[in-house]
Design a protein around this ligand. Structure first.
Ligand code: B16
Ligand code: MG
Length: 219
């Protein structure tokens, strides 16, 4: 718990509100297979939360490609990803995720999305959750992606809440790093080897107890 009561919760999108982490993985795997690049689920874990460009650079490792090729490959992976969202419905929210957002609101907290994705608006529309949030900061909002603190600082600015009074819910190592760098309370979702450095850690969104994070009882 912080000294000052938090006034806002900033939710990561992919891996917290919905499991598009799997669709991102499928898109990268298809591109990697087509281009003969070594890649698998384990390598994909390191890409969680990274921007599209940083993800491709990490996937490439030592392999050098020119800028037009980079752009073309990012565009192709994005096409695969966006196509895979076609059948997405509100049922694709992760169990407990929407209840968690509503619990935060019941407790009088503002709520925002802080996602590295340039497709966050589209995903929120598909989930019919756009209107539930007071602000959205996404891959279009800042230059420096997670693990830089910029995205979460921008979400806090849009909410008009000081960073020190924001809680971030994140599934990625880079996202927890970004939240801590922003001076925020970090709630990690997932295994300890991925988000164990967060202020609090829960296995899934459904396990998150905001009462524990805020040092309060049920709303
Ligand atoms: P896009 P998050 C991140 O979203 C994903 O975790 C990451 O896998 C993806 O590369 C990144 O968005 C960029 O997404 O290609 O759609 O712009 O977890 O920050 O909500
Ligand atoms: Mg995520």
């Amino acid at each position: 718990m912080t000294d000052v009561r938090p006034r806002a919760v900033i939710f990561d999108l992919d891996g917290v509100i919905t499991d598009t982490a799997e669709q991102h993985y499928q898109g990268w795997q298809r591109l990697a297979d087509e281009e003969g690049l070594p890649f698998d689920r384990t390598a994909n874990e390191a890409l969680r939360g990274l921007s599209r460009r940083e993800s491709l650079l990490a996937l490439l490792g030592d392999r050098q490609v020119d800028e037009p090729t980079l752009e073309a490959w990012m565009e192709r992976k994005n096409r695969y990803y966006v196509d895979s969202l076609a059948g997405m419905t509100p049922d694709d929210a992760l169990p407990g995720a929407v209840d968690l957002v509503d619990d935060a609101k019941r407790r009088g907290l503002k709520v925002a999305i802080g996602s590295s994705s340039k497709n966050a608006g589209l995903v929120l529309e598909k989930l019919q959750l756009t209107d539930r949030f007071d602000a959205v900061a996404d891959g279009h909002s800042v230059e420096r992606a997670k693990p830089a603190p910029d995205l979460f600082l921008e979400a806090a600015r849009r909410l008009d809440v000081p960073p020190g009074q924001c809680v971030v819910v994140e599934d990625a190592t880079s996202g927890v790093d970004a939240a801590l760098a922003a001076g925020m309370v970090a709630v990690g979702v997932g295994p300890a080897d991925r988000v164990g450095h967060a202020t609090y850690r829960f296995d899934t969104p459904a396990d998150i107890d905001l009462g524990v994070v805020l040092g309060e009882g049920p709303a």
